[in-house]
Design a protein around this ligand. Structure first.
Ligand code: UDP
Ligand code: MG
Length: 320
């Protein structure tokens, strides 16, 4: 039995020494062989140098260096693709997900679960970010036919069979926690407290987080598209009533004026309805555009990552 730990690292020189220490000492409690695959996601600092040095010191530590910054999800995917273990763990480099929790993951795996994911009970982050996460996971759960568990991030353990499913998925746009849920098998959540980042700054800015959220929504749900057609239906219905009303009051103006409803005077109504419909149309085009852009990304069939260098890993090209 062998466990692989996949660790995406982007400008993490400040946390790496502590990460090496904590994972190595946690590994002693697992009672089996393990390897750790650090994926350097095009860092500008000494991240890669530290990974290579760690590999020379301890050959259980392996490294992959991407040719530029491809983003967290691609880095995780590259690591998953190259990991050799019978079970593969995904862990953030900044020690927000404590490696000590992994022994509980392993227990569940040995008890017969193929996917064990961490569920965050407590987040040591600002209220705004927490509120956004909270809202996002609930929205996603509502609109996606795939059962994506609430408050579970990428911190997880996957059996080799699940990793093989992910390896064979052809998509470039990889929302790993969604793909993992899609794969199925026996899945279970394990609650843990998410610590604050050990050092350095969060690499996910609010902008990148909202990109990730949109990727998750649009690649796991077509509900926004049906919202567009539903909005169209409702607005057309309302417009029909409006048309009838305007025409009748115009045609029978004498009669209606007597009841206090003079014919509608054009300008305001026209401006309001044109602006309103213009807004709805642009929004709908935007939603369709989000899907179209993603379809475009997929059909170009560019590889989801490019590997520039490796330490102890035999580089393979995904056959997608
Ligand atoms: N990360 C990465 N590429 C990126 C951004 C982040 O590999 O473009 C890694 C980062 O080094 C860390 C993990 O992804 O190990 C999570 O990033 P971060 O801690 O910034 O995100 P947060 O914990 O705020 O979600
Ligand atoms: Mg973090």
């Amino acid at each position: 039995m062998k466990i692989s730990v996949v660790i995406p690292c982007y400008n993490e020189e400040a946390v790496l020494p502590e990460l090496f220490r904590r994972v190595t000492s946690a590994g002693q409690t697992w009672g089996c062989d393990w390897e750790a695959v650090c994926v350097d996601d095009g860092s500008a600092d000494r991240t890669w140098e530290l990974i290579v040095r760690q590999h020379q010191r301890d050959s259980r530590w392996l490294g992959l260096s991407l040719s530029r910054n491809f983003g967290h999800q691609s880095a995780v995917s590259a690591g998953l693709f190259h990991a050799q273990g019978d079970a593969v763990v995904v862990l953030d480099a900044d020690l927000q997900d404590p490696p000590e929790v992994l022994s509980r993951f392993l227990e569940k795996w040995r008890a017969g679960f193929q996917v064990v994911y961490g569920v965050r009970t407590l987040r040591k982050e600002g209220w705004f970010k927490r509120a956004c996460y909270w809202g996002f996971y609930r929205l996603l759960a509502r609109v996606s036919p795939t059962n994506i568990p609430l408050d579970s991030g990428d911190f997880c353990l996957m059996d080799r069979r699940v990793v093989e499913v992910l390896r064979q998925m052809p998509e470039r746009n990889r929302f790993v926690r969604g793909l993992r849920a899609w794969a199925g098998f026996r899945q279970v959540g394990v609650e843990y407290e998410r610590d604050a980042r050990l050092a350095g700054e969060a690499k996910y800015t609010l902008r990148r987080l909202s990109r990730l959220a949109l990727d998750g929504l649009f690649s796991f749900s077509t509900v926004p598209l049906s919202l567009v057609s539903q909005a169209g239906l409702w607005i057309s219905g309302l417009a029909l009533l409006g048309i009838l009303w305007t025409l009748t009051t115009k045609l029978f103006s004498d009669y209606f004026a007597q009841w206090g409803f003079p014919p509608v005077q054009g300008f305001t109504t026209i401006v309001i309805s044109v602006l309103f419909l213009g807004g709805i149309q642009l929004l709908s085009l935007g939603i369709i555009g989000e899907y179209l852009g993603r379809v475009y990304d997929e059909v170009k069939r560019r590889p989801p990552w490019v590997i520039a260098d490796s330490a102890g890993v035999e580089v393979q090209t995904p056959d997608l």
